[in-house]
Design a protein. Structure first.
Length: 133
């Protein structure tokens, strides 16, 4: 049987298209937010409230940019997993990730059970640190 031209099994074609669409939309949003964050603030006649609102908006834009960069990284990593043949395999357990989960979160690295365990571990970590463990 001839391997697919795109380098990954046909069963992942929908996921590949979804990841490409997400990446394109996210890159456009990221560029828009980046341009907005680079616009200089008016310092001259603006009162303190206007200046504070501008600062809050800038901080919010920078947070969105940071989140978008993380999301783009996850999408790129998923595209790499498609190419390497590891897409759809849980990074924590090595077991298959459910089709429903991959449809909902095509960039995911983890099965639902592994993601829940990671979340619980992350939530418990600050408690252990506070107690000196």
């Amino acid at each position: 049987m001839k391997p697919p031209a795109n380098g990954f099994p046909r069963k992942w074609a929908w996921h590949h298209r979804a990841l490409l669409r997400l990446r394109t939309a996210l890159m456009a949003s990221h560029q828009e937010h980046d341009r907005a964050a680079r616009v200089p603030h008016e310092r001259g006649g603006a009162d303190a409230v206007d200046f504070a609102e501008d600062e809050v908006e800038l901080v919010t834009l920078r947070a969105k940019l940071a989140l978008e960069e993380i999301e783009l990284g996850e999408i790129e990593a998923a595209l790499q997993r498609l190419q390497s043949g590891t897409y759809g395999v849980c990074a924590a357990t090595g077991l298959p990730i459910s089709e429903a989960r991959l449809r909902a979160l095509p960039w995911t690295r983890y099965s639902k059970a592994a993601a829940v365990r990671r979340e619980l571990t992350a939530q418990a970590a600050p408690v252990r640190r506070r107690r000196g463990r």
